[in-house]
Design a protein around this ligand. Structure first.
Ligand SMILES: [Zn+2]
Ligand SMILES: [Zn+2]
Length: 139
């Protein structure tokens, strides 16, 4: 499946049949996306490749360690590689495919009262261990 940012400069490909997704209801994702929750996935580095525009990516890091990688032209969130790990984080809204399955909800303890996004699938009050997430999303 393929994905791209809003302006189309940044494009990527994921070699997978079904993308497994989590919804994050934390405050940081809310601020970053301007929406009630963010839709993310994790794929292995072997499954991921850039098609174009990788050099147009800007990275910003908050003191907490939360990072945001975005298209320098249109501001869309874009995929980024885990530090020192063979995995890529994928902002699922960029993917041009409906082959996406929700497998977890995280930071449901921070979910805003005005959000009506379903959060009953594998809910985690806070952030689960990274190993738990990888298992849910990649194995
Ligand atoms: Zn763009
Ligand atoms: Zn979050």
């Amino acid at each position: 499946m393929e994905g791209s940012c809003l302006c189309g400069d940044i494009k990527f490909q994921i070699n997978i049949d079904m993308l497994r997704m989590y919804q994050c209801h934390c405050e940081q994702c809310r601020k970053q996306t301007g929406t009630a929750s963010s839709c993310g996935s994790v794929v292995t580095q072997d499954q991921f490749s850039w098609t174009s525009g990788e050099s147009n990516i800007t990275k910003w890091e908050k003191d907490s360690g939360f990072t945001s990688h975005f298209c320098s032209k249109c501001g869309s969130s874009v995929p980024n590689k885990f530090r020192g790990e063979p995995f890529y984080w994928i902002p699922v809204g960029l993917v041009d495919s409906n082959k996406v399955q929700t497998v977890a909800n995280i930071f449901t303890g921070e979910k805003v009262t005005w959000s009506h996004v379903d959060s009953f699938i594998h809910p985690h009050d806070k952030k689960p261990a990274i190993k738990t997430m990888i298992k849910l999303l990649c194995e």
